[in-house]
Design a protein around this ligand. Structure first.
Ligand SMILES: Nc1ncnc2c1ncn2[C@@H]1O[C@H](COP(=O)(O)OP(=O)(O)OP(=O)(O)O)[C@@H](O)[C@H]1O
Length: 312
């Protein structure tokens, strides 16, 4: 199910005595069906507010949003059936068992086969053996898995996950990430809010960098290319100044710098241009040990984008 927003805006305290807080301003986005889409932004950027509008928990101040064919504010009943939401601090009935908690929610959502669905997700998330234990006795990771199970009981086609792995140990985080990939393979649309940029990079086809307003949206790869270009690293046994001069004679070489035994070269088409450079360097006497691409992380991209915004 596709998600579209047009000039979606939320202003808190719009009609009260306190000064208004613009949490989300003119957000226009298109999220494709079956996509894992990352919403990235600093604390207070408006990510949770956006998710709350798209899941009909709060009404937009202006603008429009659609979940599939359904419009936020007009078709909220349909939207609630179509979306699942994992919030940052999901509340559970602490004294009740995991199974009882899920059963209550499944009934609330008019799930058809309550028993079957509860069993399916308890098993999928590895909680079946602990199903009769009270949630109050669960670890943080187990609670998170239970909250994910709860968000899925009614088989939503769209899933909003707010910080799904925060506070989890590496093994539990990996289990949740693998599970997200599995949900993606079922064709569900997943919106992931996270501060874990490594995780966003691994899971998301596209990300939006967002701070009240949309700053950038694209694949991590394209954002990286746009901000940093592409750079190739030649590891040599010894770097000689003439190698740098040689590389600078090629018109397609955008920049060259030398660090210890490495040459870092800015290129627009490394796949096409590297073979010639390798050949010429070898002819000039360079002993090449490795050639690789310098990879900027999504964290580099994010920080550069957000900092660019401060300067603007
Ligand atoms: N109910 C509310 N009343 C007034 N202001 C609010 C309300 N909810 C959120 N805000 C404000 O809206 C802004 C955006 O908050 P939001 O929780 O959406 O950010 P976020 O990107 O999810 O942040 P974080 O990464 O810290 O979770 C903040 O300035 C926040 O104080």
């Amino acid at each position: 199910m596709k998600i579209t927003t047009e000039n979606l805006t939320k202003v808190f305290n719009a009609h009260r005595k306190q000064p208004p807080i613009v949490a989300v301003e003119n957000l226009t986005l298109e999220i494709n069906e079956g996509e894992v889409f990352g919403l990235l932004g600093p604390n207070g950027a408006g990510k949770t507010t956006t998710v709350r509008m798209l899941t009909t928990l709060i009404a937009p101040t202006s603008g429009e949003a659609y979940i599939g064919p359904w419009k936020v504010g007009r078709d909220d009943r349909h939207i609630r059936q179509a979306v699942g939401l994992l919030t940052e601090a999901p509340g559970m009935y602490e004294a009740l068992s995991a199974e009882k908690n899920l059963t209550i929610y499944a009934r609330l959502y008019n799930v058809h086969d309550v028993k079957g669905q509860v069993e399916k997700y308890l098993r999928m998330l590895g909680l079946w053996e602990r199903r009769f234990d009270p949630v109050g006795s669960f670890s943080k990771g187990m609670r998170q898995k239970l909250a994910i199970a709860r968000a899925l009981l009614h088989e939503p086609r769209v899933l909003f996950l707010d910080e799904p792995t925060s506070g989890l140990d590496p093994e539990a985080a990996k289990l949740v990430r693998d599970f997200i990939e599995e949900l993606e393979s079922e064709g569900r649309t997943i919106i992931l809010c996270t501060h874990n940029l490594d995780e966003a990079e691994r899971l998301c086809q596209r990300v939006a960098i967002f701070k009240t307003r949309l700053i950038a949206v694209d694949t991590p790869e394209n954002l990286r290319k746009r901000l940093f270009g592409r750079k190739v690293v030649f590891h040599l046994r010894h770097v000689q100044p003439q190698f740098v001069d040689l590389l600078r004679t090629f018109p397609f070489v955008e920049e060259v710098s030398a660090f210890e035994n490495r040459l870092v070269v800015g290129l627009s088409d490394p796949e096409g241009q590297n073979p010639l450079l390798v050949r010429r360097l070898v002819e000039a006497g360079a002993e090449i040990q490795f050639v690789g691409e310098l990879r900027h992380t999504l964290e580099d991209v994010y920080l550069r984008t957000i900092q660019g915004q401060h300067g603007a």
